[in-house]
Design a protein around this ligand. Structure first.
Ligand code: HPA
Length: 235
């Protein structure tokens, strides 16, 4: 049957799904880390795979860029495919002085300038937060791997190119650690549907020092984050 965006049959997707933004990274994880792998989705080339990691069934699927894209894919996984946990693995630009390129940032909460939550018609603001168990496991795993890990607030921005020159300063002032573009949609969907979510990020660039990862460092950083996510998924 599937959905307009996902060709999988119910039962083909594991209860835990890792989601990188780039579907080719989902393919990379499936090919390099999972056993007994099958591909469950090719619609729009948003590749999705199910396999086995350390004896546990795990799926990986791309989520695309921005909150609307993450909103669609994660909603369908939770709502139509009985997925219980989604772990986003992505990159982010650092705002905080004590966050460096290659650091791992785990999003305890995701602030946003998006209008995504207006659909819930809440008489206030709901704080989009990570699942505590997943967060705690990921921090433990990252520390065991001797990664430089920071936990805190991130910003899920609707714009990558932002016209307002005061934008970064305003969020930095609130001690938001880094900017990315999807975590809040994932956390809102998890909140609405009573599911679990976590977002783990590698810092690819610093918005104040202007340091950037080389292509090789990006690969190493991505592998490190992927291993944290996989170990969290099975722990
Ligand atoms: N902004 C938004 N998303 C990002 C950035 C950024 O600076 N760097 C990596 N992902």
């Amino acid at each position: 049957m599937g959905t307009p965006h996902n060709g999988a049959e119910v039962g083909e997707i594991a209860k835990t799904v890792l989601m990188p933004g780039d579907p080719l990274r989902a393919k990379f994880i499936a090919e390099n880390y999972l056993e007994e792998t099958t591909c469950f989705n090719t619609v729009r080339n948003m590749f999705g795979y199910t396999g086995v990691y350390k004896g546990k069934k795990v799926s990986v699927m791309g989520h695309g860029m921005g909150m609307p894209s993450m909103g669609i894919y994660s909603y369908e996984l939770y709502d139509q495919y009985q997925v219980e946990e989604i772990i986003r693995i992505g990159s982010a630009g650092a705002l905080a002085d004590d966050v460096d390129v290659m650091d791992i940032v785990i999003a305890m909460a995701a602030s946003t300038n998006s209008n995504y939550a207006s659909q819930y018609m809440l008489p206030g603001i709901l704080a989009p937060i990570a699942d505590y168990d997943l967060l705690q496991k990921a921090v433990t795993v990252a520390k065991e791997m001797n990664c430089s890990v920071k936990v805190g607030n991130v910003l899920s921005s609707d714009t990558f190119y932002t016209d307002d020159e005061t934008f970064n300063d305003a969020w930095k002032k609130m001690h938001v650690l880094a900017i990315e573009m999807e975590a809040a949609a994932l956390y809102y969907n998890a909140a609405r549907l009573g599911k679990k979510a976590l977002c783990i990020l590698t810092i690819s660039d610093h918005l104040y020092t202007h340091k950037e990862l080389s292509a090789e460092e990006r690969q190493t950083g991505f592998r490190q984050m992927m291993e944290i996510a996989l170990k969290t998924a099975v722990s």
